[in-house]
Design a protein around this ligand. Structure first.
Ligand code: MN
Length: 153
């Protein structure tokens, strides 16, 4: 279950008078519009990557401490974090010291995202980025914890 969060948590964690991050809102785009993903490289207190998938009018988000797998094989821990607004897909910048997520945010990869299937504990999808291409899976196993890995074909 991805669960409902929408943007309440996102807004609660941030002071928009201080952070350059977008305030954003939930935007359900027409069905025919292609959905997108982004992976941010986030130099926070601990370097990690943030996987964000456009679903349900927001960016469903997971922090991947060891980075996204580019080949089949490695299964990476992905910890679900608060939903982010769609505007965040283009965000790059510096979150000031003393604020939530302080540090540099850069786009590591981005491109079309296609949802292929969704079950209670599994999301199957296709990514067409520059670095990540092909079928990927997210498997929910415990609380906020998921496994993120590339399919074999
Ligand atoms: Mn992050």
């Amino acid at each position: 279950m991805i669960g409902k969060d929408t943007l309440g948590e996102y807004k609660k964690l941030r002071d928009f008078t201080r952070t350059p991050e977008p305030k954003g809102r939930v935007i359900i785009r027409p069905r025919q519009v292609k959905t997108r993903f982004v992976i941010h490289e986030h130099h926070a207190s601990h370097l990690h990557w943030d996987l964000r998938l456009e679903m349900e009018g927001v960016l469903k988000s997971w922090a991947v401490p060891k980075g996204p797998p580019t080949k089949p094989g490695p299964k990476r821990l992905a910890v679900q974090t608060e939903d982010h607004p769609l505007d965040y897909i283009d965000f790059e910048g510096i979150i000031p010291e003393g604020h939530y997520g302080a540090g540099t945010v850069k786009i590591w990869d981005a491109g079309p995202f296609e949802l292929l299937g969704q079950k209670d504990r599994e999301i199957k999808f296709n990514l067409q980025g520059k670095k990540l291409k092909g079928t990927y899976y997210l498997l929910h196993f415990k609380e906020k914890n998921w496994l993120f890995f590339k399919g074999k074909k």
